[in-house]
Design a protein. Structure first.
Length: 340
């Protein structure tokens, strides 16, 4: 195999490996949110914070810091939280942050190595630098999100949570798209793929659903109704006036967010079905993968609602949501090349 082709394959495997770590990060982030663990570490120490408390004195010091924030004072303190309970939530936040550090190293170190050896194909350096910058921005966004819940709130801002989640999924999609471009470069020497107008529309529809999902998580809106397809015995939730004033308060309205999240999903299904059919002739595996991903996601969403947000189903719902993003990017990439 020619040296340049071998290098391209190495870069592809590296990017897909980092994408896998980002996927794991999204899953752990879901666990962190669902176990209310995100505020357990009240300081941002990018380097020294990688080491957890190593003795009881250190654990007690971390617990005392947590005892100063509203979440403990108003919720967990009165509920009788013990040091053992604190260690549980601290673990998930620590793992989440540790994964972030690991992803940063897993991306930056190989990037510097390929760059120094002049192995990065022409035209890909700017994109890889942008992905590196987005990774750094994600770390800042994570702390920005946590900081919103340390002083006046008992949880994090759902707006900041949405930014944190959507940025992670953007990085995941960017890694996969870049790997696919390199794969195509090695096969037919064509230039990078460009999204079609249809691809842009599909991604916009999906992104809006992901935004609603982030708001649903941040507002705990999944708990407002545990029946499907009806809410409180009706298709349209009772007690809501469908007016301009209501729309202005939409991002902070748990019932409306829940309602839109469960029904906009079917708009996503239609869009993804059309995308899957468009690429079926050129790449049947991608089409099948996309159908399986969004079909499983719909089933998990309904099950999560009907079990009043069972944590295992809710984590799977977030995990498969990331797979929907990955397979959508895959199919959108194929679609962009099929029209050339």
């Amino acid at each position: 195999m020619p040296a340049d082709r071998l290098t391209q394959r190495s870069i592809i495997h590296w990017l897909l490996g980092v994408a896998t770590l980002v996927f794991v990060m999204v899953v752990v982030g879901g666990i962190t949110r669902l176990t209310e663990s995100g505020l357990s570490i009240t300081e941002w120490k990018p380097i020294t914070g990688a080491v957890p408390p190593l003795n009881e004195q250190a654990w007690q010091a971390e617990f005392e810091k947590y005892q100063q924030i509203p979440e403990y004072l108003e919720i967990n303190g009165p509920a009788g939280m013990t040091l053992a309970d604190f260690k549980f939530i601290y673990f998930w936040e620590w793992v989440h942050r540790l994964l972030g550090r690991l992803i940063g190293l897993a991306f930056a170190l190989p990037l510097f190595w390929f760059w120094a050896r002049k192995r990065i194909p022409r035209g890909f350096k700017p994109r890889l630098v942008i992905l590196l910058a987005l990774g750094g921005l994600q770390g800042v966004a994570g702390w920005w999100m946590v900081a919103s819940g340390l002083t006046e709130r008992t949880d994090v801002s759902h707006y900041r949570l949405a930014v944190h989640l959507l940025l992670a999924l953007t990085i995941l999609g960017g890694l996969i798209w870049t790997a696919l471009d390199l794969h195509s470069l090695g096969k037919d020497r064509t230039g990078p793929a460009r999204l079609t107008g249809f691809g842009v529309a599909v991604l916009a529809i999906l992104i809006f659903e992901l935004l609603l999902g982030a708001f649903t998580a941040g507002l705990n809106a999944g708990y407002v109704s545990n029946t499907w397809p009806m809410m409180y015995g009706r298709f349209f939730p009772p007690g809501i006036e469908w007016s301009l004033e209501t729309l202005k308060t939409l991002p902070n309205h748990p019932v409306l967010i829940h309602f839109l999240h469960r029904w906009w999903a079917w708009v996503v299904v239609i869009a993804l079905t059309v995308l899957a059919r468009r690429v079926r002739k050129d790449h049947r595996r991608a089409s099948v993968a996309l159908h399986c991903a969004f079909g499983t996601q719909i089933a998990l969403g309904i099950a999560t609602v009907m079990t009043t947000v069972d944590i295992h189903l809710a984590v799977l719902h977030q995990a498969v949501g990331a797979l929907v993003v990955a397979t959508t990017v895959w199919c959108a990439h194929i679609d962009s090349r099929s029209i050339r």
